[in-house]
Design a binder for this molecule. Structure first.
Ligand SMILES: C[S@@+](CC[C@H](N)C(=O)[O-])C[C@H]1O[C@@H](n2cnc3c(N)ncnc32)[C@H](O)[C@@H]1O
Length: 251
């Protein structure tokens, strides 16, 4: 017997707004029941849909990348306000390419370089580069390693949303967040390991007056800002007042 949508809602307690998005996706080869089952099993809605909005862009996402978050859109907005006519931008830990592509869209004349340690993530970013037609440079590797040495001291803006969850805190994350790649979330025992490595190296890549903006966990403000050893770093808040970004301008 064919089930009615209202029966499925009651059975699976999927919020109404999610249910209407799943209904819009349902097709003969992907019936609504199957989509509801996937969601019920903890698969994030954006992975089921295969897309996520980021600023003005609609990006492809799947379980190879972190789903871009509103906090990271906040980072993009701060960056867009802080720099004028940048020539060179770096996006470390690019994942789906969200920040790199949004910044290229905002500043079309800029050369944007983006790296990620995950080959899978770079494959998704390449698909997004193709789909958006935004011409950014993408490379697999550890933080600054894949970048040409010619960029040392030449960069106007470095952005990064690195993994910043500790091993222990990972276990407390909601089930659907734990379905995202662990390498995108967890940096090690303290959660600060990747931020620290960005903090000690970033100054040599920036030109004088260049800006770095790094997303952090809400309890990491003080600890993260002192990782930026050669720069006068300050902590900035997101729209609901949580410590979310370390920002520094190279003197
Ligand atoms: C929190 S996700 C951010 C993804 C994307 N920038 C965003 O905001 O949606 C962190 C990303 O960092 C990458 N990553 C982790 N360790 C890295 C490293 N040492 N060097 C470069 N990328 C790294 C992960 O593969 C993941 O794609």
């Amino acid at each position: 017997m064919c089930q009615k949508v209202s029966d499925l809602v009651t059975m699976d307690s999927i919020p109404e707004h999610e249910l209407s998005r799943l209904e819009a996706l349902a097709r003969t080869d992907q019936p609504l029941e199957m989509l509801i089952e996937r969601r019920k099993n903890g698969e994030p809605l954006q992975y089921i849909e295969g897309t996520a909005a980021f600023g003005p862009l609609e990006l492809r996402v799947d379980d190879r990348v972190l789903i871009p978050r509103p906090e990271t859109e906040g980072l993009f907005e701060i960056a867009s306000r802080m720099v004028r006519h940048p020539e060179v931008i770096l996006d470390l830990c690019t994942g789906s390419g969200a920040l790199a592509l949004a910044l290229k869209n905002e500043f079309p004349g800029t050369s944007v370089f983006a790296t990620d340690i995950s080959e899978d993530a770079i494959d998704v970013a390449l698909a997004n580069r193709h789909a958006t037609g935004l011409d950014i440079y993408l490379a697999v590797g550890d933080l600054f390693d894949p970048l040409p040495a010619s960029l040392l001291g030449e960069v106007d803006l470095v952005v990064a949303n690195p993994p910043y969850v500790s091993d222990v805190d990972f276990l407390t994350l909601p089930e659907d967040v734990q379905r995202e790649p662990k390498v995108a979330l967890v940096s090690g025992p303290t959660g600060l390991e990747v931020i620290q490595r960005i903090g000690v190296s970033v100054a040599e890549w920036l030109r004088p007056g260049g800006v770095v903006i790094c997303e952090i966990g809400e309890s990491q403000g003080v600890a993260a800002s002192i990782c930026f050893t050669d720069l006068p770093a300050v902590v900035r808040q997101d729209i609901v007042g949580r410590d979310r970004y370390v920002v520094a301008v190279k003197p």
